[in-house]
Write a protein of this length. Structure first.
Length: 334
């Protein structure tokens, strides 16, 4: 049995579940926001045994922990749904207890073969650790600074004509009143313009800045175990505010994608990086400079890839299906 831990809105598991079904491999999808409304579950131990059981009351599908051979930790969310509403304080308590159970359960199965990991993904998401590991593996990275002090940012920026300002973990906010999402895209900023920015713009948050590096093009490299799916993103054909500095802004403005042959040295770096981070999967973002130098930006340990599959035809879902299907063999080889 393959256990996929995600949420209702996540479309990435769909092609993988379809392929697992075609191979007659049983799969159980756990949409964690509906833990208390769509599922019945129990974990228990006694002197003779220790196991858990989950049933989807909407579909009738069931899974026991002892039957799981592999886990895909896709995009779990906090439990958020209740079938019976109580006082707000009681609702918050009930959801908090459900979250605690869910986290404990995910730690309990952390030693099963997995793509995505409650134990490793959060650590591997640290931008500081990512830059450290990439440098230790001999790869070029941007110069970087995290600070809540204006003087630090000004001193850092003074070494460069331009810097880029990036979000650390939260790249969007939702305005409930207006029903509108605000996305924080990477911004290119002239270093000599920072002196006029008010002090509180720095002290009331943490600024993450890097030196601006000219791009020939960008790469999104999805790695599933030892299989590579590299996509060239031609963002430099766009206007400055249409995706040139952050290709996510360029979806509707003629952003171009194509399959890319990855040099062996870059592929080897990706494998060594994932090994250092104890990961079986990663989405690498890189820059290729006009001098054809590869620059590591970051690696999302559980990044989005379905859009890459759709625009290029790269069979990433097939690779994930293969890895989950062969989990028993992969464990024996370790």
């Amino acid at each position: 049995m393959i256990l996929i831990i995600t949420n209702k809105e996540d479309t990435h598991p769909t092609p993988v579940i379809r392929q697992l079904n075609e191979r007659n491999i049983p799969v159980f999808r756990l949409n964690t926001e509906a833990l208390l409304t769509d599922y019945q579950f129990c974990w228990q131990s006694d002197t003779d045994s220790m196991d858990f059981h989950i049933k989807n009351i909407q579909t009738g599908l069931e899974v026991s922990g002892s039957d799981i051979i592999a886990v895909w930790e896709r995009r779990p969310e906090k439990p958020a749904e209740l079938s019976v509403q109580n006082e707000p304080e009681i609702n918050r308590h009930n959801l908090a207890e459900a979250l605690g159970f869910l986290q404990f359960l995910r730690y309990y199965i952390k030693d099963l073969f997995s793509i995505g990991s409650i134990a490793n993904d959060k650590i591997a998401s640290s931008k500081m650790l990512q830059l450290k590991i990439a440098r230790e593996l001999g790869f070029r990275t941007p110069d970087s600074c995290f600070s809540n002090q204006k003087d630090d940012i000004l001193k850092f920026a003074s070494r460069y004509e331009n810097i880029v300002l990036k979000s650390i973990v939260n790249d969007c906010i939702w305005n409930e009143e207006k029903g509108q999402e605000y996305v924080f895209y990477t911004r290119k900023i002239a270093s000599d313009s920072l002196a006029d920015v008010p002090e509180e713009s720095f002290s009331q948050t943490v600024s993450f800045v890097q030196n601006y590096i000219e791009k020939l093009f960008e790469l999104r490299i999805t790695v599933v175990m030892d299989r590579f799916f590299a996509c060239k993103i031609d963002s430099q054909i766009l206007d400055d505010d249409k995706g040139k500095f952050d290709w996510r802004q360029g979806y509707d403005y003629g952003l171009k994608y194509e399959i890319y042959d990855l040099p062996p040295t870059v592929a080897d770096f990706c494998l060594r990086y994932l090994e250092r981070m104890n990961l079986h999967f990663g989405c690498f973002d890189m820059i290729v400079t006009p001098e054809n130098e590869y620059v590591f930006l970051e690696c999302n340990p559980n990044g989005q890839w379905l859009w890459i599959e759709e625009v290029t035809g790269l069979n990433i879902s097939g690779a994930i299906t293969d890895v989950l299907s062969l989990a028993d063999n992969l464990i024996l080889q370790k």
